[in-house]
Design a protein around this ligand. Structure first.
Ligand SMILES: NC(=O)c1ccc[n+]([C@@H]2O[C@H](COP(=O)([O-])OP(=O)(O)OC[C@H]3O[C@@H](n4cnc5c(N)ncnc54)[C@H](OP(=O)(O)O)[C@@H]3O)[C@@H](O)[C@H]2O)c1
Length: 236
């Protein structure tokens, strides 16, 4: 079903996005990645090119024009868009509402919400052409609030509502929407580092597998929200 189809993976240079890109390439899909860091986009495209058809472009998801141009480039290179994985996201933790700067607050909301909207807005006409799938990578922070996480909580609570409305809007056009809510994943997210000490956490490949498994559901069935968490976190 997915062979020779095209997927866009935002934030595809590391962590979850990179694992999703690898898995979709292994399925025979063409994959177009984007991120802000030019060197990392080039290196990732080069690293992944042995696995299949991959291309990429620098794009800041906070910029409407950059997102439109990035998707146009994907269509130019691969001839369409079938799957959109809205994965690019940022978060900072530990700063209370009176401490977090307006600039940082805007960065989180504009990346995690506006960026997803821009990508959906410009990709949906392409997805409608042959049916498609939109994955929004949300978080358990989209339902569990914590002090010091107000900006990130707001962005992911918002993303969940956005995803549910979108799912109902486009399902009659042959476009499925799922939002995936992971607990802790072993990545560099929020300035963290990938480490063996976090082997108990979810790994990026677990989220990539979730995306891949959802693509295999029959056309009549749509798991629209998926929660996934470490099965054995340290006892508190
Ligand atoms: N790690 C976790 O514990 C966890 C848990 C639940 C949900 N999530 C969600 O999973 C998603 C991926 O997180 P991750 O853990 O894989 O993080 P990560 O390792 O920090 O990777 C984030 C990716 O997004 C890109 N990105 C960030 N801001 C961007 C922007 N404005 N425009 C374009 N690309 C941008 C980054 O590249 P550049 O910096 O070069 O732009 C990078 O490729 C996020 O939405 C996050 O909220 C993560």
């Amino acid at each position: 079903m997915t062979e020779n189809r095209t997927a866009v993976v935002t934030g595809g240079t590391k962590g979850i996005g990179r694992a999703v890109a690898e898995t979709l390439l292994e399925r025979g899909m063409r994959v177009f990645i984007c991120a802000r860091n030019k060197t990392e986009v080039s290196e990732t495209v080069s690293d992944l090119s042995s696995r299949g058809s991959v291309a990429g472009e620098v794009c800041d998801m906070r910029s409407e024009s950059q997102v439109r141009m990035m998707l146009d480039e994907c269509v130019r290179v691969f001839g369409g868009i079938d799957v959109l994985v809205n994965n690019a996201g940022v978060g900072t933790f530990g700063e209370t509402v009176d401490e977090i700067s307006p600039e940082k607050f805007r960065q989180i909301i504009e990346t995690n919400i506006n960026g997803v909207y821009y990508a959906c807005h410009f990709a949906i006409p392409h997805l409608k052409e042959r049916g498609g799938y939109i994955f929004n990578i949300s978080s358990l922070a989209g339902q569990n609030a914590h002090p010091g996480m107000a900006a990130y909580n707001a962005s992911k609570f918002g993303l969940n509502g956005f995803s549910e409305a979108l799912m109902q809007e486009v399902r009659h056009d042959g476009i499925k929407v799922s939002y995936i809510c992971p607990g802790s994943v072993n990545t560099e997210f929020g300035g963290d580092r990938v480490s063996d000490e976090k082997a108990w956490q979810l790994q990026p490949a677990d989220i990539a597998r979730t995306v891949s498994d959802l693509l295999d559901f029959p056309p009549n069935a749509l798991p629209s929200k998926v929660e996934i968490r470490p099965s054995k976190p340290p006892k508190e």
